[in-house]
Design a protein around this ligand. Structure first.
Ligand code: EPU
Length: 341
């Protein structure tokens, strides 16, 4: 079924809670409806959205927003090693994580509670706690709006990188309809990121036995609830900026400029990733307000609609202020992770 709404209020369709409208909003719940949609008849630009949890609407959207309500979870095959599962693009990603944990399958437990839907997860290569969704994706199925045909891509053909894929650079040509994931039955907890071990009551070296995906999922949920604003209560789009990857020389320059400070970092090949949240905190922004916008007091990488009444320009002003601060203090240019529409 196709659902079309004009002058659609988007306040509940973007997790930042911006009170904006879309000229047209179209939702479909089957492949057939998507294929039959006449794109020439829609207002342009046409943009496909997921749950709106990684978007900042900078004003009313002048064209058409498309949304998938294709929702199914189907086990395609199962053997002693694991399962292959096909999941519709409109499924809430965390519902899929909950399903996998309830069945005892490993693979997506560290991605628990990330807001958003399955289609967007494959476009954005969502990640958390040492895992990226590309690690469990086998194939992405999409509708090619240019050739007007269904296509599919193995994960290796999706150009996956940190919060990136080739879909993001194809200017809306491909609409993800469903994703095939590979989940494992083999014992495979990934506990080495940050404080997962502590959240499970483990010390840093013990090799735990008998953990379940459900226990790891619950630990991740506890960690996220402590650090991140509750979706639906405080408007935000999760991490607002990407963690910048800099050269080793640049990292060493920053260390030299901050004697006695241990600069948090992760090795990425020959380069070094420095948490943007740490830099923003060092610049004094953590917990600060700028009008109705603010920086979350428990995680400085998260910008929030602090009062619920923030206008897009207030978030944009705070974004610029933070970029300038980090540039002046560290000589590093932050770039937003959140897509601006
Ligand atoms: N840090 C601070 N102050 C802060 C925030 C972070 O000093 O206010 C430092 C700490 O040293 C901490 C390190 O930064 O150890 C990393 O912090 P955290 O583990 O919270 O992760 P992050 O790098 O800030 C990334 C993702 C998150 C994901 C977490 C956990 C990006 C842009 N963000 O944040 O993803 O949940 O790791 O894996 O890569 C999202 O994309 O929306 C998101 C929430």
């Amino acid at each position: 079924m196709l659902k079309k709404e004009y002058s659609k209020d988007l306040s509940k369709l973007n997790s930042f809670g911006m009170k904006v409208q879309s000229r047209l909003f179209v939702e479909y719940d089957s492949l057939m409806d998507l294929v039959e949609l006449d794109f020439d008849e829609l207002f342009h630009p046409v943009k496909h959205i997921g749950a709106g949890s990684n978007l900042l609407f900078t004003g009313d959207f002048p064209g058409t927003l498309l949304h998938s309500a294709i929702r199914f979870t189907e086990v395609l095959s199962e053997d002693a090693k694991g399962v292959r599962v096909s999941v519709g693009s409109g499924v809430i990603f965390d519902d899929f994580c909950a399903w996998a944990a309830s069945k005892g399958y490993w693979g997506v437990e560290n991605l628990s509670l990330i807001p958003g839907e399955v289609g967007a997860s494959a476009v954005q290569n969502i990640g958390a706690y040492g895992v990226e969704v590309k690690d469990v994706i086998e194939t992405v199925y999409a509708y090619d709006t240019k050739e007007e045909e269904m296509v599919h891509f193995d994960a290796s053909a999706c150009g996956y990188a940190y919060r990136d894929s080739f879909f993001k650079h194809a200017e809306g040509r491909y609409i993800v309809t469903h994703v095939v994931f590979v989940l494992s039955k083999a014992y495979a907890p990934r506990l080495d990121y940050g404080n997962i071990r502590a959240a499970l009551g483990l010390d840093e070296t013990s090799v735990p036995k008998g953990l379940t995906p459900q226990q790891v999922r619950e630990a991740i949920i506890r960690i996220r609830r402590e650090k991140l604003p509750e979706v639906g209560k405080v408007g935000s789009a999760g991490s607002f900026f990407k963690n910048p990857v800099v050269s080793r020389a640049e990292y060493e320059r920053i260390c030299a400029q901050h004697p006695g400070v241990s600069v948090p970092h992760y090795e990425v090949g020959d380069a070094v990733k420095i948490p943007a949240g740490w830099m923003i905190e060092q610049c004094g922004w953590k917990g600060r307000r700028s009008g109705n916008a603010g920086v979350w007091d428990k995680q400085a990488l998260v910008l929030v609609n602090a009062t619920g009444a923030a206008l897009p320009e207030e978030i944009l002003r705070l974004e610029s202020q933070i970029i300038v601060s980090v540039r002046e203090r560290f000589g590093i240019e932050l770039s937003p992770e959140v897509e601006h529409l």
